[in-house]
Write a protein of this length. Structure first.
Length: 193
């Protein structure tokens, strides 16, 4: 808790807290995420609440602690992932991210490596593309930054064959020229996923 307060003092409020556990894949499903924490008192309450909820929902989970992150500006949420096919190698995925990725199953796939043009094609194949372009007067999102991440992740998977899977979810996409920010990343190494 002292380290969380120190981090908050360095980056400033608001912050985000997330449960740190190798046994919990979907943190939001077990009450393991709190956003918009805006004071030391709120930080303490969020810490206690996260640990209490996670312990109740997943009593056998190994809990390392909590991760504390700077709160990023809102944006569109997308997912970028890699799965390694034993025959063809790294398969890169793009789609609508956040908690709805499994609901909408709005994804596109390509084998690595990727060119920037191929990455943009992947994005354009999804319904998420309409949201990223901007609808009903909303600002367009930084699609070029998303394509850059797709290309980089594909290259990373090629250069490190020990990566068996990788998920960036959500990748928060800002407006044009504002860039992107990974809010959560999961990487499987070796024979474990």
């Amino acid at each position: 808790l002292a380290a969380a307060r120190s981090f908050a003092a360095d980056v400033g409020y608001p912050i985000v807290m997330k449960i740190a556990s190798p046994d919990i894949l979907h943190k939001s499903d077990v009450g393991g995420i709190r956003t918009g924490i805006d004071s030391d008192d709120a930080l303490r309450r969020a810490y206690d609440d996260i640990l209490g909820r996670v312990t109740a929902y997943a009593p056998d989970a190994s809990i390392v602690g909590v991760h504390v992150q700077e709160m990023v500006d809102p944006g569109r949420e997308v997912i970028i992932g890699v799965d390694r096919d034993p025959q063809f190698g790294p398969l890169v995925m793009f789609g609508m991210g956040g908690t709805y990725v499994e609901v909408f199953k709005d994804v596109s796939f390509r084998l690595a490596p990727l060119s920037h043009a191929e990455a943009r094609e992947m994005i354009a194949e999804t319904r998420a593309y309409a949201l990223l372009r901007g609808t009903r007067g909303e600002q367009a999102s930084d699609i070029d930054a998303v394509a850059d991440v797709l290309v980089a992740v594909a290259q990373l998977a090629l250069e490190f064959p020990e990566i068996t899977e990788l998920d960036i979810n959500p990748l928060i996409v800002g407006e044009v020229a504002a860039g992107v920010m990974a809010a959560d990343v999961r990487i499987g190494i070796g024979g474990s996923k």
